[in-house]
Ligand binder design. Sequence first.
Ligand SMILES: Nc1ncnc2c1ncn2[C@@H]1O[C@H](COP(=O)(O)OP(=O)(O)OP(=O)(O)O)[C@@H](O)[C@H]1O
Length: 233
Amino acid sequence: MLEVSNLNKFYGKNHAVNDLNFTVASGEILCLLGANGAGKTTTLNMLLGFIKPDSGSAILDGLDMYYQRSACREQMMYIPENVHLYPSFTAIENIAYLAELAKMRVSDGEIKDVLIRTGITENQLDRKVGSFSKGMRQKVAIAFALLKHAKLVLMDEPTSGLDPVATQEFIDVVNTIKERGTAVLIVTHDLLCAHQLSDHIGIMSQGQLKQFIKNEQLTLPDLTEHYFNQFSA
Ligand SMILES: Nc1ncnc2c1ncn2[C@@H]1O[C@H](COP(=O)(O)OP(=O)(O)OP(=O)(O)O)[C@@H](O)[C@H]1O
């Protein structure tokens, strides 16, 4: 689904993203970990088509994510660290508005259905989202990704500031989109969430993908050791 090949980005002499190679298949979750300045955001910005790679490519289902970025954006969903919604609209109204902008024809019933699937309760459906927590706003964004049948969902620091219960709810909701066959790429500092959620974990340092680990049978202490080894080397 997502194929990143020999991706490079320089800021002057700073090799911010250094020959990155990885794939995320349909129905797979990859978490990218790394210290501040490791190159995660620059990578994300190249996948979003905001930054032109100096060389290499990111391909989403056959489309180049920089040169065919408009077509790619129709097939993916970006969920930033803080999801911004129209505070005086309800969740249904927010999604209806986003759907209209995306020229999608959807009924209120379909919108309600995806919101319920992400854990928004019947009571919350009619509330203005201005009072929603970060976790609830994320659920609304994920509901839109479901409605859109996004092939790829990109998330930046989704669990920062979430309490443990909200984090667990977030993990459950992301598993819902995974089950639908969506490829998910999450940039995070949260080792516990990465361990609980991902199929693969990539550890970046100084622009390079130092490790790409299959999460199966990896314990949290193992992951922590892998992570810290990158900085003691
Ligand atoms: N617009 C820019 N101009 C110049 N240098 C930049 C720019 N954006 C990022 N950098 C540099 O590129 C490198 C990678 O930064 P990036 O923001 O991608 O790291 P990160 O892993 O996302 O860090 P964080 O976890 O703090 O968000 C850093 O050395 C950073 O200083």
